[in-house]
Ligand binder design. Sequence first.
Ligand code: HEC
Length: 124
Amino acid sequence: MTKFKTTSVCAAMAMFSAVSVSYGAGDDAIKEAMKGGFKGDTSLAKLASEGKATKEDIAKLKAYVESLVKAKPPVGDDASWKEKTEALTKAVAALETGAADAPKTFEAAANCKACHEVHKPKKK
Ligand code: HEC
């Protein structure tokens, strides 16, 4: 029983550190954010675009967006990255206030293709 508890505490801590490691610069932070917050049909970003994100989801999304803001894109210029990640920051702030049009704003800011075309390295 005690062993079980220790394990789950460790798992929780590992999850936390995975998120906090993604703070700071580096493309790994971007990958972490993409996998943890953007990828898939039930991702935080998807939920947020559909207006289904809970307060907790929004808080997690905010942490990912903050790590994106601090990260340096592997390709594309910094000004463009700044513009895109700042739009995401504003959209998350709108989600926090519960504004009716926030999901739409977020969906526009989290335009996967628009950002990938400029900042995601092309597969060779
Ligand atoms: C603000 C820019 C931006 C937005 C918006 C964005 N992405 Fe990304 N994404 C990136 C960058 C940059 C990379 C490349 C990271 C690298 O290779 O270091 C990436 C990589 C990825 C990857 C590959 C991760 C890996 O492990 O290599 C997936 C999956 C992904 N994005 C999904 C999404 C989805 C789905 C959306 C939309 C809901 C989205 N992204 C929106 C910037 C963005």
